[in-house]
Design a binder for this molecule. Structure first.
Ligand SMILES: Cc1cc2nc3c(=O)[nH]c(=O)nc-3n(C[C@H](O)[C@H](O)[C@H](O)COP(=O)(O)O)c2cc1C
Length: 245
């Protein structure tokens, strides 16, 4: 009985390693260079690169953007040379994953058609930007108990087997390592505790996704209660006061 199980394990290992090698070829030379020299915020004392990810379409009125910007201001106060790259997913959304994207993900680069190259360019761009960052600050409003679909679409282009994660002998392994992330969450209700806590599918999901691709150093800052009369006036200030870098 043990023999088939061992055989299955060996086959799975060989398959995964081969899959990793094939998919690694999907990045062009520039991206391979970025992958191998990806930033490590712990080893950088200053001039870090901050990727500010916006997913609310509410612009200056957005609570998650205000909170994310407060985090970025504090990071910049610590490191005045820090460079901020803004990724506004509401203004420039990534496409939902379609057949063309998946075909491109699973076709070795040497067989890529012009259509594959065009389809995979979104993913390569998103991966390049996240690999290049030391710190990622994600503004995450709660929409219908989850994240805005533009943020999910961005994640869908980042989660690439062999590039941002792989299946090794011990299971999945994240490849986007050495980064720090902040999640700036804005919600109408209160989810940090109390009766609605089980309805928060923003924080557990974003943390799970980031952890899966290797970003495990994650700080969550919550601005909550924008739809609660007693809390809405002070929700943002309270959240900003709670920021610990
Ligand atoms: C379409 C939509 C759906 C929302 N769904 C929820 C929800 O499920 N739970 C909640 O507590 N707040 C909900 N809210 C309130 C927002 O989370 C809150 O207004 C927050 O400030 C939005 O972040 P933003 O200001 O950065 O856009 C919703 C708001 C909108 C516009």
């Amino acid at each position: 009985m043990a023999y088939p199980k061992l055989l299955r394990l060996i086959i799975r290992f060989i398959f995964n390693e081969t899959y990793f090698l094939i998919l690694h070829q999907d990045l062009d030379q520039e991206n391979i260079a970025l992958l191998s020299s990806q930033s490590d915020h712990k080893n950088r004392k200053n001039m870090s690169k901050i990727l500010s990810v916006i997913s609310s379409p509410r612009g200056e009125a957005s609570n998650s953007i205000k909170l994310a910007n407060a985090i970025i201001d504090q990071l910049k106060a610590q490191d005045p040379g820090a460079v901020v790259v803004v990724k506004d997913l509401a203004k420039s959304p990534f496409p939902h994953l379609e057949e063309a994207h998946l075909n491109a993900f699973f076709t070795p680069i040497e067989q890529h058609t012009e259509e594959n190259k065009a389809a995979i360019s979104h993913s390569n761009q998103a991966i390049k930007e996240i690999m290049d960052a030391d710190v990622i600050v994600i503004g995450a409003p709660m929409y219908n108990f989850g994240i805005p679909s533009v943020l999910k679409a961005w994640f869908d282009h980042i989660g690439r087997a062999g590039i941002t994660f792989k299946y090794g002998a011990n299971g999945p392994e994240g490849l986007v390592t050495g980064k720090k992330a902040y999640i700036a969450v804005a919600t109408g209700g209160v989810y940090s505790s109390g009766p609605a806590a089980g309805y928060d599918f923003v924080v557990p999901y974003v943390k799970a996704f980031l952890g899966f691709i290797g970003i495990t150093d994650v700080t969550v800052v919550r601005a909550e209660g924008f739809a609660v009369a007693d809390l809405q006036e002070t929700a943002l200030d309270k959240a900003i006061d709670s920021i610990v870098l």
